[in-house]
Design a protein around this ligand. Structure first.
Ligand code: ADP
Length: 434
């Protein structure tokens, strides 16, 4: 299928309903060009004779419904054409969801709320992107709900978020992220604080439902929920919780029959649980690879991406000007809990953090909560309403701590002063090498 060179690259002729899969080598770039026919990358159409550039480590599939020829220039780790793809099943899934939207429009009801589940590396995020891009190409306005705290497509790791999708994903850059709703979770796995994770899921569901009440397009568009790959024990319970919080209508289970059977058993009968195969093209990513992707996501937040450079600011923040919290006290044996307190309370507790050297390199979320609101709250020991329910307005990284002078230096996307003064500490660290 690959032959000769087209414009310096390797040319591939794709028959209809096949895909070209390639991976970009570390430290390299690869250019993709559509020479003739029609093709798409994860649901976004390619323009002819435009060069698309993919950075190191990218794993891409160029799919064609009609047949096409494309060329690749640059060092690929692998590049091959596959006839065996589940794209037709994915397209049928999209068609079924679109029917539900049409029906919702007719009957003045709400559109489909879809949860995509499965173990890690089965292509969950890719399926979400595909379904969202197909929907928006038909003029729908679906919402992406990102619950994967390890690999978020919307914000930095350690967060959950919702994003209204208004145009198909950019072939190179993914969805344009404007005004997402982001909540602080603080670590890359839900297991660190499952109570908080479930609570944030509920908060997102509530905000989404409120939006649907006032915005008909959002309601009809429905949502596509991307979840974590942790599908056992509390991870499984978190999926069941999410299904109920969002009142999902459809669950797409990728590649795991056991999970499919469990969800069929445990979810109400009116929820359609569908088992879909994963694509043979999905590549397993190593732990390091995942960590790098997370790091890159934070770097992008501060420094920008591709053509767009951001210039972050560094400035000092006095300890006395901010309040730093960690969410969740370490769990203690039930027998040691004060009377009337449960483990749940400790997991949702705001624990004040005294700034020290160990704060260095930590990512902090800047809570949107009004500073005044907090001043009214009770002492540091009481449960503070508001912080957990408040979205995040941005992130900073602590680059240095001077305990003597009682100040810390931070990296911030905006110049001083900080917009708000309640900061939430993440387990996640970022070492700024710039
Ligand atoms: P998950 O969300 O389940 O962890 P992803 O959707 O992030 O999985 O997919 C894992 C990786 O595989 C991503 O880098 C994605 O670009 C790549 N990928 C997905 N589908 C294909 C495909 N058909 N061919 C090649 N690479 C793919």
């Amino acid at each position: 299928t690959s032959s000769g060179s087209g414009g310096g690259g390797v040319r591939f002729e794709l028959e209809k309903e096949t895909e070209l899969r390639f991976e970009v080598e570390a430290g390299e770039k690869v250019q993709l060009e559509l020479l003739s026919g029609l093709a798409e990358v994860f649901g976004s159409e390619l323009n002819r004779n435009k060069k698309y550039t993919f950075g190191p480590g990218s794993k891409i599939a160029v799919f064609t419904w009609q047949g096409c020829s494309v060329s690749l220039t640059g060092k690929t780790e692998v590049a091959y054409v596959s006839k065996d793809t589940p794209m037709l099943l994915y397209l049928n899934t999209h068609a079924a969801l679109e029917q539900m939207r049409q029906q919702a429009e007719r009957d003045n009801e709400r559109g489909p709320r879809v949860m995509v589940v499965g173990p890690t590396d089965v292509g969950k995020s890719t399926v979400c992107r595909l379904l969202l891009s197909y929907a928006v190409r038909l003029g729908r306005r679906p919402t992406l709900v990102e619950l994967d705290v390890g690999q978020s497509a919307v914000s930095v790791p350690g967060t959950v978020s919702a994003l209204c999708i208004e145009r198909p994903a950019d072939v190179e850059e993914g969805f344009s992220v404007q005004a997402p709703l982001v909540f602080h979770f603080g670590s890359t796995t839900p297991g660190t604080n499952i109570k908080l994770y479930n609570k944030l899921t509920s908060s997102l569901a509530e905000v989404f439902s409120q939006r649907c009440e006032v915005n008909r397009k959002a309601s009809v568009g429905g949502c596509i929920i991307n979840t974590c790959g942790w599908v056992k024990g509390s991870g499984y319970q978190a999926l069941v919780h999410c299904a109920s919080a969002f009142e999902v209508d459809v669950v797409l289970v990728l590649d795991q029959e056991r999970l499919y059977n469990e969800l069929k058993r445990d979810l109400p009968h009116f929820v359609k649980v569908v088992l879909l195969p994963k694509s043979g093209g999905v590549v397993e990513r190593s732990k390091d690879c995942r960590r790098e992707a997370r790091d890159e996501k934070i770097r992008e937040y501060f420094y920008g991406f591709r053509g767009v450079s951001f210039y972050p600011h560094a400035f000092d923040v006095r300890f006395s000007d901010v309040r730093i919290y960690k969410i969740g006290a370490p769990s203690i044996p039930d027998s040691c809990l004060p009377l009337g307190m449960s483990q749940d309370d400790t997991q949702l507790k705001l624990v004040p953090v005294t700034p020290g050297r160990d704060l260095t390199h930590h990512v902090l979320s800047v809570s949107c909560m009004e500073d005044e609101a907090e001043a009214g709250a009770g002492g540091t020991s009481g449960p503070r309403r508001g912080v957990l329910e408040s979205p995040v307005c941005g992130f900073i990284v602590v680059t240095a701590v001077d305990t003597q002078a009682q100040v810390m230096t931070v990296l911030s996307p905006a110049p001083r002063p900080l917009p708000r003064h309640t900061l939430l500490i993440m387990d996640i660290r970022f070492i700024d090498l710039k």
